[in-house]
Design a protein around this ligand. Sequence first.
Ligand code: HEM
Length: 148
Amino acid sequence: NCMCSKADAAIVIQQWQDVSSPDAAAQTKLSCGQAVFAELFNMAPGAKALFTRVNVDNIHSPEFNGHVMRVMGGLDVLVNYLENPPVMESMLAHLAGQHAVRDGVTKSGFAVMAKVLMGSMPQVVEGFNPDAWKNCLIPILNGMSAGL
Ligand code: HEM
């Protein structure tokens, strides 16, 4: 049921492109990413402790900005490869490994992230298609948290 069909993938890629125009890309990624993490910490305050290395106490710091851009950049690449399952799988395996080595990162943290993303994307995407996004985002988040 949670399966990103070709039609779902095409919708999600198109809607993602609509909000990440080259002009606005970096600033949009940064401000949306900060909002996503702020909401994640709002819903799961305990998760904050995972990000001390990247100066989470100041989410506007260069260190945390760097973290936000790594995460959003990762999400950007993943979304753009939704129509290429072999590449998607190898990227997810790599990201799963990068998360598995971080103590305290849990599947439930990724479940919260899914809620945050599904709640925030409709605020920026015109004509947001909840089914397509759910079908494609959930497998991404599941794949990334597979090793946890
Ligand atoms: C680091 C992507 C969700 C915890 C990273 C990195 C990327 C990334 C690309 C940098 C990897 C590295 O340099 O080692 C993503 C994406 C996510 C996501 C695309 C979902 C859309 C989460 C969630 C958690 C989490 C939900 C925790 C509940 C961490 C931690 C780090 C990290 C602790 C290391 C921070 C540091 O540099 O000290 N993530 N992530 N991530 N991620 Fe995620």
